[in-house]
Every structure is written in C-alpha cells, then in structure tokens.
Design a protein around this ligand. Structure first.
Ligand code: NAP
Length: 519
C-alpha cells in the first residue's frame, strides 16, 4: 500500500498508526493511506521559521519570481502524470483535471512574472510619500516587508493542485516560507506536486513544508508572525478563527469559505442570442465541471418572472446531454463526487431544497453511470430545481449543496430586485450578470457588489471572449464577504500584502527613500 509521507524539517517523514484511506471515488478502491500521528509539527514550524524565512528574505522579488517560475515549469513537465492522479483520486474528468493543474502552473507563472516586474528589491512601497513637516524634508511613507513567520495553508479537497499553488505562489514571492496542509481525501495530487517542488531544487531549505493527512496539532503552534490561510467549509473556518493560538497571538487569518454564487439573466435577453448562449453555457458548465464541487459554481439562477419555465426547460435540455460515469472514459462528461461523505451531504442538501422547490431535471437517489462496477462509486445526477416564490430565508439562500445542483428562481425584472435576492445568499465569491441594458447593468451590479468579491458582466460585445465566472484569475482578487469567509486572495500585487507587514515610516525623505531601496 502506498503510504504518503509529509515533508517536514527538510525531510520526508511518515506518521504512525493506521491512518486515513484515500480512495478512487469511481470504484471505492483504496489508493493510499496517510497518517500524521506522532509527527513533530512544532519542530517543523520552527525549522521553517528559522531556515526558510531568512533564506527567502535574503532574495529579491526578481529572484523569488525565478524560483516560482522553476516550480511552475517542473509541475507542468509532470502534467500527464498529475492528470492521471486527479482522475483516479479526485473523480475528475481529464478536462476537470486540466482546469485544476493548468490553473496551478498558470498562477505560479503569473506570480513569477510579477516578481520580475517588481525587480531587484526586497521592500514594497505603498503609495506616494506624504509631506509632514514645514519643509520638503520631513516625510512619511508606507512600506511592506515580509513577515518573519510561516505561512500555514490549509486547503479544500476540490482543487488539490490549484489550491496549493495559488497560495504558495503568493507567499513565496512575498518572502514567507510555506507550510501546506491539503485536504486528506484527494491528497494524492497535492502530494505528488509537493514531491515535484522539492525535487526541483528551486526551494531553499525550510521554504516549503507539506503535511499529508489530518491537521493534528499544527494550528496550536501558530505564533504572532505566522499567517493562516484557509480554504474550505464555513464551519471549519469558524473553528479556525476561534483557535486559542489565533486569538491570543493575533495570528493573521484569511478564510475562503462557502458561497451560493448566482447568475442573473437580464430582462431583455432573447433565447438564441449570443448572450443567452453565454449564460446557458456558464450555468451548465458550473454544474458539470468538477461535478459541481467548485467554490465558485453557480448555485442560484435568477430569471425575469414569467420566463421561469422557459429558461428552466432550456437548462434542463442541456443538462440531459451530460453523460455521468467513470471519468477515465472519453465519452463521460461528469465524474463522481469525491467521497462518500460528499455524496451523502449533496443528497441531504438536495432533499432540503426538494421540500420547497420542484425538481425539473435529474434524480436525487439514482443515476445511470457509464462504466460503473455494480453499485460502486459516488456518482450523482445533475439536479436542476425551479422555485417560483423565493424568499431570503429559504434553504436555497443559506445552504450550500456542494455538487451538481442549481435552482432557477424569478425576480421582478429590475436590477434592484435581482440584487436583493442575490444578496440574500449572505455574501459570495462571484455572481454573473447577463444583460446589454445599461440601466439594468448598473443597478444590478452596484446592488450586488458590496456582497461579492467579484462580479462578471456578460454582454453581447464580449460574449465571444468572456471567461467563465468559475475561473479564478491571478490578476483579480478572489474571496468574498460574509458566508464566503470575508477573505481576499490573489489580485496580483494586492495578494502579497497578506504575507507582509505594512509599516509607516516617518523621517527625512532621503532616509526613507534609501531604506525603501529608491536610492
Ligand atoms: P473542510 O471540511 O472545511 O476542509 C478543508 C480543510 O480544512 C481540509 O484540509 C481539512 O483537513 C481541514 N480541516 C478540517 N478540520 C480542521 C480543523 N479543525 N483544523 C484545521 N484544519 C481542518 O472543507 P472541504 O470539504 O475540504 O471543502 C469543501 C468546502 O470548501 C466547500 O464548502 C467549498 O465551498 C469550500 N471552498 C471554498 C473555496 C474558496 O476559495 N472560497 C475554494 C474551494 C472550496 P482534512 O481533509 O484532513 O479533514
């Protein structure tokens, strides 16, 4: 049996005890086991702080950027092997696996370019210097320097490659050592990426640590200069925010959690138009891709009242074309859910929605899955619901069904009403608005914006080049308020701030500029 190891204090180590099993969600076969029992995590964190931190801080942004570029290339070279692991352990189709793995290498490459652009400096200057005294000598300015702790990254099961890489790229470029703890259930891809990163030789000792398996005592050893970046469910996020170590030592924490993302179909959009095609493709892709296990997937679809049945039928017709089954088959478009627990949770959530909404496509308890062995595997049918009288307190507005499930609901045709219903989700990662009507766009988008980290606006003019709302871009921020965790990641240079301390400097302008590396 393949027993996964952790990379701690500069060496690969295995925990003791029976450990957890990592499965193939199509066959339920056990692929590997993993345990973190008995591992010295306090020592590993100290090693990262004392060895990795100074080594990274001695490098310039340009040098760290080159290091990140080497990682991107090394991972890309093993793309096919990683795709195979994602199909086996994640239930990913080939296309799902590419989305995750190419997202990882693309994000690393983007931050490598940013390092080059920031150049041969170790300090980031924030904004212009401000004159404080009577003469043009006494000034104030703000600088960012890397924090002297460890960046602990706790990731969700659905993006084992991208989740690891998007956080690691930003932290390493900022100059902080990374301590990655991926989700246990889909850990094979993350584990292989960790091996590739270590084997690349690009990382100084202590710059990267990897904990395969349960979190153990990791978070109890956090210190004031450390940061904790978490992606996962909101209840785990709440637990982490309340950790004694986090509260007592004011550990900086970023939480990326659940989101009931929405799509709004504009009042004037005609069936058969480019805009309708964009909307339909986005909704169906988000239900199908990664079997709906995407934090950014569209869960709520708002359409003008009076068009509910027409649009629900349109979506249902497209969903009928999705072939569910073993994801290694070329004819399969949607693989299984990742774990048995996921299957149970998705079915339970769907049953709650079924109490108030009409199921217009799919079945909660049965599915025909191509290539399935008997009743093995965690397969699930896409589920489309329609609900004609949505209210803010509905389960649809407060329970995330993390699978191939969405609900179509009406709004009164105004941007204000659409925004009111979207906001009932309690804060989200992304919502997409499809309309060419300028007044509708403005009222809807400005109504939605305070409740979201990102809004995508589909119009006829950009329909042919629009990027899917579910695609997180390194150039733009990712995260959202409220239910979505209140976090913010990526966004180019903005993402570096989490891993750095902003300090106000006061004094002689020439001294400030010399310290900041301007002279
Ligand atoms: P989860 O159960 O909250 O687990 C997330 C991570 O937290 C895993 O690595 C898990 O480890 C770890 N964990 C669990 N309990 C912990 C504790 N007490 N202390 C420290 N770490 C702990 O979430 P999930 O099921 O993996 O992911 C699905 C959820 O993530 C969905 O709700 C989805 O919306 C959300 N998500 C959000 C984003 C975003 O960017 N906002 C992205 C992806 C997913 P083990 O696996 O070892 O239990």
């Amino acid at each position: 049996m393949n027993e996964l190891a952790s990379y701690l204090s500069g060496e690969w180590q295995r925990g003791t005890g029976k450990g957890a099993e990592l499965c193939d969600p199509s066959t339920e076969a056990v692929l590997a086991t993993v345990s973190t029992e008995g591992l010295d995590l306090a020592k590993a964190l100290t090693f990262a702080r004392e060895k990795g931190g100074p080594a990274l801080r001695a490098m310039t942004f340009a040098q760290r950027g080159e290091m990140v570029r080497t990682l991107s290339k090394a991972i890309y070279e093993k793309r096919d092997e990683l795709i195979g692991l994602a199909i086996a352990n994640g239930g990913n189709t080939r296309s799902d696996a590419k989305f995750d793995i190419d997202g990882a290498t693309g994000t690393l490459a983007y931050y490598a370019d940013l390092g080059k652009e920031l150049g041969d400096t170790q300090v980031l200057v924030d904004g212009d210097a401000i004159q404080l005294g009577r003469s043009a000598r006494l000034f104030g300015s703000h600088v960012y320097t890397p924090r002297h702790g460890v960046a602990v990254h706790v990731n969700a099961f659905n993006f084992p490659a991208w989740g690891l890489a998007e956080k690691a790229a930003v932290a390493l470029l900022a100059g902080m050592p990374v301590f990655c703890k991926p989700a246990t259930s889909t850990g094979l891809v993350a584990h292989r990426i960790a091996e590739i990163m270590v084997e690349s030789g690009a990382l100084p000792a202590g710059a990267f640590s990897f904990l395969a398996g349960g979190v153990g005592t990791l978070t109890s050893h956090l210190e004031g200069q450390d940061v904790l970046a978490f992606t996962g469910g909101s209840s785990t996020g709440r637990t982490l925010r309340a950790l004694e170590a986090v509260v007592a030592r004011a550990v900086r924490i970023n939480v990326e959690a659940d989101s009931l993302n929405a799509a709004v179909f504009g009042p004037e959009v005609e069936i058969g138009s480019d805009l309708e095609n964009l909307f339909t493709a986005d909704v169906v892709r988000d239900m199908q891709q990664k079997t709906g296990q995407k934090c950014t997937a569209i869960r709520r679809v708002y359409v003008p009242r009076g068009r509910l049945a027409e649009i629900a039928d349109l979506l249902a017709e497209r969903l009928r074309r999705i072939k569910v089954g073993v994801p290694s088959r070329d004819d399969v478009g949607m693989g299984p859910l990742s774990t048995k627990t996921q299957l149970r949770d998705v079915r339970e959530g769907a049953r709650k929605i079924a109490e108030i909404a009409k199921l217009v496509h799919g079945s909660i308890d049965t599915v025909e899955a191509l290539g399935r062995e008997g009743d093995k595997g965690f397969f699930m049918s896409p589920l489309l619901f329609s609900h004609d009288s949505p209210s803010a307190s509905d389960v649809i507005h407060n329970h995330e069904v993390f699978g191939p499930c969405a609900t179509v609901m009406p709004y009164d045709g105004t941007g204000e009403d659409a925004a009111r219903l979207v906001a009932a989700g309690g804060g989200g990662l992304v919502t997409s608005v499809y309309s060419d009507d300028a007044a509708f766009q403005k009222s809807c988008v400005l109504g939605i914006a305070p409740f979201h980290g990102r809004v995508t606006i589909g119009t006829s003019k950009v329909a042919s080049q629009a990027l899917p709302p579910g695609m997180v871009l390194p150039q733009l921020i990712h995260g959202g308020p409220g239910r979505a965790g209140g976090g913010e990641e990526l966004g180019g240079r903005r993402g570096l701030a989490f891993y750095m301390q902003r300090t106000a400097l006061q004094g002689d302008r020439a001294v400030l500029e010399a310290i900041a590396g301007k002279r």
